[in-house]
Design a protein around this ligand. Structure first.
Ligand code: ZN
Ligand code: ZN
Length: 423
């Protein structure tokens, strides 16, 4: 029986991994420059952490969570997003404020797989917990734009909106309900449920039936309270200071219930329907909702899979990974043995070395050395062993010379070092 991978998951193979490493390395660098520290939380949590925070009416909670019972019958869920676990960890570990935390890793949602969308997907995210300054919002946005630009993306649009707060959201929900009341019968089944539980979520509906009503629907921007308006203006001021351009999208509401005040999305223009590569905003009530003291917070998440699509679309290639320093091609049993210890000793000098594992022909070993980007090949056969020498071949020039086995480790590490210093 051949077992295959689960639908919506994938293997990230060595020939593609460079792209992932490039994104993750760049992200860590930018995030740490901005003063964020990494946090790692479990891949699964108790189910109520998500159902309570993301919202009972959201698609995520209603249909997309991987929820299961463990052997003691407890309901657990594979994390569908990063913010709630971080808020939980922040509270449970009593982290000092403001806590500026970042994470990268896999998340799980039972969605229909399509280009750039998987059931196991990867995100990079950052959260600032414990600051209500609009500077924090601007910092999160600026950090995201800096990262995207550093990765080499150009075709970006930042969309901004006010998502309302505890004071003004209820009024807006009422207005929305009034608007949708007479259309209720023509809405999809999901939206009928959303209408009862949280009419805001109708605005996320992807079905054609409902979308025709969305463009005319009242926009939250017309119902923001004075404090929300003022907060949004202050964020805009900070963005202006940093010369970060944005467009106001009065209909932008994020698909999770916990967002308040600032909401934003960054769109990569070439990507089509699934074009948001980063999204975030404020969630000033979430810490309190999860049992903590009232604590304002703001965050962002970037979808690594979409980032990769966007990089490909814009023709950005990650810098090529460095090849290995030395490939040791050995021929014959005795040379294999001698070669095996030699490889080990070279590695102890911090050189990248590969070889000896196959008893294949010299030709096929040289092919493998090429594939691995080896700078030097050492050839060790029966004849060389007798002469106590190895043949050294420089791959770039094809130049060959003999190298005495005595002191070969010192000589090779000196050669590699000089070459990498450009001497
Ligand atoms: Zn408000
Ligand atoms: Zn709908």
């Amino acid at each position: 029986m051949k077992v295959r991978r689960v639908r919506g998951t994938r293997d990230i193979l060595p020939d593609r991994i460079r792209q992932w490493q490039y994104i993750e390395e760049t992200a860590r660098e930018v995030l740490e420059n901005f003063g964020f520290q990494e946090i790692r939380t479990p891949l699964f949590e108790k189910t109520p952490l998500f159902s309570r925070s993301i919202g009972e009416a959201t698609d995520i909670v209603v249909k997309e969570m991987y929820t299961f019972r463990d052997k003691k019958g407890r309901s657990l869920t594979l994390r569908p997003e990063g913010t709630a676990p971080i808020v939980r960890a922040y509270l449970e570990n009593r982290l000092p404020t403001p806590a500026k935390l970042y994470y990268l890793g896999p998340f799980y949602r039972y969605e229909r797989p399509q280009a750039g969308r998987y059931r196991e997907f990867y995100q990079i995210g950052a959260e600032t917990i414990g600051s209500d300054s609009p500077a924090s919002d601007a910092e999160i946005i600026s950090l995201t734009m800096t990262l995207l630009k550093k990765l080499g993306l150009k075709d970006l649009v930042l969309q901004l909106n006010g998502a309302g707060c505890k004071r003004c959201q209820p009024d807006y929900k009422k207005v929305l309900k009034d608007y949708f009341r007479e259309k209720l019968n023509s809405l999809c089944a999901d939206c009928k449920r959303r209408y009862r539980k949280n009419p805001l979520r109708i605005l996320d509906c992807k079905s054609k039936r409902c979308q025709r009503y969305l463009a005319q629907a009242p926009a939250i921007s017309d119902y923001l309270c004075d404090e929300c308006k003022k907060g949004l203006d202050e964020v805009k001021d900070y963005l202006d200071t940093l010369k970060i351009g944005y467009t106001i999208n009065p209909r932008l509401v994020r698909g999770l219930d916990y967002y308040t005040r600032t909401a934003f999305e960054i769109i990569s223009k070439g990507l089509g329907a699934q074009n948001a590569i980063a999204a975030g905003g404020r969630y000033d009530d979430l810490v309190e909702d999860l049992g903590g003291p009232s604590t304002p917070a703001v965050g962002v998440a970037l979808g690594t899979d979409r980032l990769i699509l966007a990089l490909e679309r814009e023709g950005v290639r990650p810098p090529i990974a460095e090849g290995i320093d030395i490939y040791l091609a050995s021929l014959g049993e005795r040379a294999n043995r001698r070669g095996f210890t030699l490889v080990q000793r070279l590695r102890e000098k911090d050189l990248k070395v590969e070889g000896v594992l196959s008893s294949k022909s010299l030709k096929s070993q040289l092919r493998r050395a090429n594939r691995l980007g080896a700078r030097y090949v050492l050839i060790l056969g029966e004849e060389e062993l007798t002469k106590r020498k190895a043949i050294l071949k420089e791959m770039a020039t094809g130049k060959q010379e003999e190298m005495p086995l005595k002191r070969i480790v010192e000589k090779m590490s000196e050669k590699v070092r000089k070459r990498s210093e450009g001497l």
